[in-house]
Design a protein around this ligand. Structure first.
Ligand SMILES: Cc1cc2nc3c(=O)[nH]c(=O)nc-3n(C[C@H](O)[C@H](O)[C@H](O)COP(=O)(O)OP(=O)(O)OC[C@H]3O[C@@H](n4cnc5c(N)ncnc54)[C@H](O)[C@@H]3O)c2cc1C
Length: 462
């Protein structure tokens, strides 16, 4: 799982995968479990925190800087933040309507912004700054959706993802503390690590030397040659892995309907770069240093020169808090092609480049180089091939459901529930999140329970 990966920097920990419980409130399965295990701090547990509607976006306590090294005041940034939040809310409404005004989220937002820009034309300088600010919001949205461009995100199903209430919170002991707590209830050594699976053979009749009398329909073939027969297998590999290996990973091959959905859904990269500094150069109350490239606008589309401009996709630097837990650490996040390209660079190139960016935007040429850098490389990780799922143009929640369908599909007479599918890409309303991944696992476990114990599970629900 992506949230297993935790690195310890000098004073604290950083998570190169999932970090926040998105929407920590009663309907969030990760929050429920974390509360049950008493893993969260008082603030996260407060009823007040759980009631706040964030709409899936992080709290915005940002300090904005422009590419010419000037700080921007709330008189210009606040109305743009408000406008963007309203446009995103509006984008979600088309899920319930029969027609949508554009195919992609990007197209819709650009159309709405172009209308507003007409009204701003009187003051060219302010108009350009507003457009530059909105371009920064697009970059943040690309990270949230894990996509290269909002032009790739389908507008109609965008509103089917459900943002839960609650101010995003973190695990003081890292996401790993949840896994550790869950593992305590399992027998020791029941989980095998570093055991890549090469192929899942299904619809067969596999026997082992110890169980000659019982034939299993499924055989899991591992890369190291070991084979494990099974009655049922729940597959939770990433959609990125499935996209690349669906032809060889499951034999007989997946039905065409599933392949079609695997190909249509989107799976992009969201990468993190942590920079650790000797001392903070930011103000104590600063939560997010936002970068506004003055020459950019969502209305100007230009293919980036990755070599020269990859870092322009970073929307800002998040200050890890509290300082006592993390040390003096900034987190830059970026998505898409630029995030993939960043993985090919050396640590020192990235560190050097981001130091230049920070000096330029803050207007402070004395900012020292960070003493440490840690970054994710989710695109080149052969077992993830990216970060998480989004509904790309041409796809919808039906494709998510199609991937979640167990094999064999209901219409055949073969032994049922041989291969089941879980993972974030199989959760129609919480895809791209840890709570979606967790719920999908529970869903498949329930499916098996219901298969074997239909009456007892019904009684339990009554
Ligand atoms: C940078 C980043 C930040 C994120 N931030 C958040 C966040 O703050 N909050 C949040 O809720 N979510 C966040 N997410 C999303 C969250 O991490 C995922 O939604 C979640 O981890 C999905 O879980 P999963 O089990 O479906 O898939 P994964 O976590 O991708 O797990 C799939 C597992 O399958 C393994 N695997 C793949 N192929 C094979 C094979 N052939 N054999 C054996 N094993 C294999 C992989 O190694 C991996 O361990 C973030 C993701 C990223 C990348």
């Amino acid at each position: 799982m992506q949230f297993f990966v935790i690195f310890h920097v000098a004073q604290g920990l950083v998570e190169i995968g999932a970090q926040w419980i998105h929407g920590p409130s009663k309907q969030n399965a990760v929050f429920q479990l974390a509360s049950q295990y008493d893993l969260l701090d008082e603030e996260a547990m407060s009823e007040e925190n759980q009631a706040v509607q964030m709409g899936g976006h992080p709290p915005d306590m940002s300090t904005y800087y422009t590419s010419s090294g000037k700080r921007m005041g709330p008189e210009i940034t606040a109305p743009v933040e408000e406008l963007y939040a309203a446009l995103i809310l509006k984008s979600r409404e088309f899920f319930h309507s029969k027609t949508e005004p554009a195919r992609s989220l990007g197209e819709f937002l650009k159309h709405e912004i172009a209308r507003r820009a007409e009204e701003w034309k009187g003051d060219v300088e302010t108009c350009n700054l507003k457009l530059a600010l909105l371009n920064g919001e697009f970059k943040l949205e690309c990270c949230i959706s894990g996509t290269d461009s909002l032009d790739l995100v389908a507008l109609q199903p965008f509103g089917e993802y459900v943002p839960l209430p609650g101010i995003d919170c973190v695990f003081p002991g890292g996401f790993k503390s949840l896994i550790d707590a869950m593992m305590k209830s399992l027998p020791k050594d029941i989980v095998s690590y570093n055991k890549p699976v090469k192929c899942i053979h299904w619809n067969g009749s596999f026997k082992t030397s110890n169980t000659q009398e019982h034939a299993y329909p499924v055989l899991v073939e591992c890369e190291d040659g070991e084979t494990i027969p099974a009655d049922h297998v729940i597959v939770t590999v990433s959609l990125g892995f499935l996209k690349e290996h669906y032809q060889t990973f499951i034999r007989p091959p997946l039905p065409a309907s599933k392949i079609n959905s695997i190909q249509k859904l989107g799976f992009g990269t969201h990468n993190k770069i942590f920079l650790e500094f000797e001392k903070p150069f930011w103000e104590p109350e600063c939560q997010l240093i936002r970068l506004v490239w003055e020459d950019e606008s969502p209305l100007l589309s230009k293919r980036p020169d990755l070599q020269k401009e990859w870092f322009k996709k970073i929307f800002g630097f998040i200050v890890l808090r509290p300082m006592e837990r993390h040390g003096h650490v900034l987190l830059a996040v970026l998505a898409g092609e630029e995030a993939n390209f960043m993985e090919s660079l050396s640590d020192s190139d990235v560190k050097n480049c981001l130091t230049q960016v920070l000096r330029r935007f803050t207007g402070n040429p004395l900012i020292p180089e960070p003493k440490n850098i840690i970054r994710s490389k989710w695109y080149s990780d052969q077992y993830t091939k990216g970060s998480y799922t989004y509904t790309a143009i041409g796809s919808s929640g039906d494709d998510i459901d199609a991937i979640a369908q167990p094999l064999p599909l209901a219409s055949t007479k073969a032994q049922p529930l041989q291969v089941l599918f879980a993972g974030e890409a199989t959760h129609r309303t919480f895809y791209s999140t840890t709570h979606g991944a967790l719920e999908s696992g529970w869903r498949e476990a329930d499916r098996l329970n219901d298969h074997y114990l239909p009456f007892s599970s019904m009684n339990a629900k009554l």
